[in-house]
Design a protein around this ligand. Sequence first.
Ligand code: NAD
Ligand code: DAU
Length: 344
Amino acid sequence: MRNILVTGGAGFIGCNFVRYLLEQSSGTEVTVYDKLTYAGRLENLKAVSERFGSRYLFIQGDICDAEKVEDAVAARHIDTIVNFAAETHVDRSILDPDVFVQTDVYGTYVLLEAARKYGNLRFHQISTDEVYGHIEGRRRSVENDALAPRSPYSASKASADLFVSAYHITYDLPVTISRGANNIGPFQYPEKVVPLFVTNALESMPLPVYGDGKQMRDYQFVADHCAAIDLILRRGRIGESYNIGTGAEMTNLAMIEILLDELGKPRSLIQHVEDRRGHDRRYSLDVSKTMALGWEPDYTPEEAIRATARWYRDNRWWWQPIRDGEFKDFYRANYAGRKKLEPQ
Ligand code: NAD
Ligand code: DAU
């Protein structure tokens, strides 16, 4: 029996991962440890709790709270920690970086200490392709590239990666790190571009495209990301990092055209606005090291975008209360003062 602590398991990727784990292996128990920030929602785990109640437990807590983390690890006889817990939105990190340093850096350190104290537990860190920074030309990032983060969010995530590696080298902690490209799919908070644009389009509101919209991203379906993480947990080499993505990036404008077509909405909803500060123009991952473990994605980016658009079209019950709540304040703070640009 594996006893896994999934921190941040009430968020977008975390809740999909918890369901994936419980469905895949009957020999796994999962404890979700989550602070329930604006992005963490218990309804994301409702179906999991109903279906896998005897193998699943939820604990509300902050990863920066060392005592509570250690209590959870001890009480649940945890042997593996998978850390999804983080502040995750680049635009919020530009507006207010403080909590990113707290959670993404200090919180990761607290978890590493708990793993060390309780017998060098297996530790997996969920990281991001953003730690490599903007990638020029046709180059792809490989796992031993230097980290070159450019936003407060990615700087916090890169710092966490360095702590995780340092704990392996210094204390022999059995760690792995995965660096994922942009995830999309069910239960993503509608501040991120695909769910934001789908929900705006469903409400016939403009889609605020930063700058010329020619930035390149690799939009992968969240279930593919979860399958790769599970494989790395089981077959990854201790001390190593792994990139996860489809390996095929597209411009934001191409992504927008796909989602508008899927929803039957007009291109006239596209509104170019003042760019994000320090906007990384391109991410691009070489994913051959993860594929060599025996994984490949089921969805192309286009299939992932279409499936995501359909999920939001069919699940208004989930996102409408979010858009009617705290989200409104964030939307105003991030978008109200932004200059509109001419079509590009
Ligand atoms: P999310 O914002 O949807 O969820 C984050 C979760 O962490 C929420 O449930 C939140 O309540 C919880 N959390 C935040 N601060 C916490 C704290 N101090 N203590 C305990 N819980 C806390 O994020 P996501 O998109 O699911 O991302 C999950 C992880 O994957 C993050 O580490 C992120 O950096 C990484 N990642 C995300 C993407 C992406 O495209 N979304 C891609 C690559 C990597
Ligand atoms: O690449 C992995 C990362 O992907 C994760 O580590 C982050 O947690 C996740 O938020 C995401 O970061 P991005 O900055 O790439 O995602 P976001 O959805 O915010 O933006 C995707 C692209 O769309 C980016 O080029 C900016 C652009 N964009 C975004 C928003 C919110 C717009 O043009 N307009 C918008 O309103």
